[in-house]
Design a protein around this ligand. Structure first.
Ligand code: ATP
Ligand code: RIB
Length: 317
């Protein structure tokens, strides 16, 4: 079995729930304020660990109250935290999130995450068969250094280029698997994409990335599931129909689940179906990190879907 190494952000998510988003310059009354552990790196590491992978998180926390709370939460998730450092140079990463009708807007203030350094990612020793995962909430030179080391060790690299920012082609070349959502794909390909667009629009946009056939590209499409390119061929894996209450962290759950499955030597097709099922559980709960499902929960929904298919197949016509 391989192991999962995530180099990424750790945030406290300060969440306001409301009936609608304020317009610019407007104030609206919210319903609740909630504090959840989050950050793309932490969320993905927690998902991978809860889904059964031996997982190490590389990151930084501030020496403050949020940092202390996050450290205690992460320690209870079964993640190796030997490479999570405390820094007195900055506050703990914080995300200010508004949730309306299961959807969200996020402003993220990096704080200590901006201090995750090339030296930080040089410390853990990766080997062949391991999976290295990163996202764009830590400095780009750190991600490049992490992936270069991972590649040299024979590990597989997964890049989740979120939130979308400009990056150079060298970074793309260092990723074996690219996982992004529709708005990130729109940003990188300078295409106007909407959730309701026909799959052909997304397929065309992915092809315009010109990243080569050997790279696996997964575009998460929210409740529509995922569009994956394997050996250059598109494949759509539909998601389960569920009652979503908060999609924050759904993409992270998907990434963590893919990493855990590949570390467990599953094929990418098996991993896609599994990650879709995992993320469909995550969206039915409030918050990012605390919404990540366990392996038993994912197996139960996969078994339930299988049972439903068998019943439909057995029905007399
Ligand atoms: P985030 O809100 O964390 O930024 P994202 O935009 O990165 O999420 P999405 O594309 O919204 O990611 O969702 C990731 C995956 O979660 C989807 O591919 C799908 O598997 C699952 N998912 C998201 N929304 C729903 C939903 N309403 N119903 C079922 N599954 C969902
Ligand atoms: O992907 C969701 C995450 O993005 C949140 O947990 C928030 O911390 C931001 O980093």
């Amino acid at each position: 079995m391989g192991r999962v190494f995530v180099a990424g952000s750790i945030n406290m998510d300060v969440v306001a729930t409301a009936k609608r988003y304020p317009r610019i310059g407007e104030t609206v009354a919210g319903d609740a304020v909630l504090y959840f552990p989050g950050g793309k790196g932490a969320n993905q590491a927690i998902a991978a660990a809860k889904l059964g992978a031996t997982t190490t998180l590389i990151g930084r926390l501030g020496k403050d109250a949020f940092g202390g709370e996050l450290k205690a939460f992460l320690a209870a998730q079964g993640i190796d935290l030997s490479f999570v450092q405390e820094t007195s140079d900055a506050h703990t990463g914080t995300a200010v999130i508004t949730v309306v009708d299961a959807d969200n807007t996020i402003v993220v203030i990096p704080g200590a995450n901006a201090h995750v350094s090339v030296a930080d990612v040089a410390a853990p020793v990766l080997t062949k068969g391991d999976i290295a995962v990163s996202q764009f909430e830590i400095p780009l030179p750190t991600i490049s250094a992490f992936f270069e080391r991972a590649r040299a060790a024979g590990a597989t690299t997964i890049l989740n280029p979120a939130p979308a920012i400009e990056f150079d082609a060298g970074m793309l070349e260092l990723a074996d698997i690219l996982i992004l959502n529709e708005s990130e794909l729109g940003f990188f390909t300078e295409t106007e994409l909407h959730g309701t667009d026909a799959p052909a629009r997304f397929i065309e946009a992915v092809r315009s990335l010109q990243s080569g056939k050997d790279k696996i590209i997964c575009v998460t499409l929210g409740k529509r599931g995922v569009l994956a390119f394997i050996n250059g061929e598109p494949l759509i894996v539909p998601s389960r129909t569920v009652n979503a209450v908060d999609t924050t962290g759904a993409g992270d759950c998907f990434v963590g689940a893919i990493a855990a499955q590949l570390a467990g030597r599953k094929s990418i097709r098996e991993a896609l179906a599994y990650a879709n099922a995992a993320a469909s559980i995550c969206v039915q709960r409030m918050g990012a990190a605390p919404s990540m499902p366990t392996a038993a929960e994912v197996e139960a929904v996969i078994a339930e879907s299988h049972e439903q298919r068998m019943q439909v197949a057995a029905k007399p016509t």
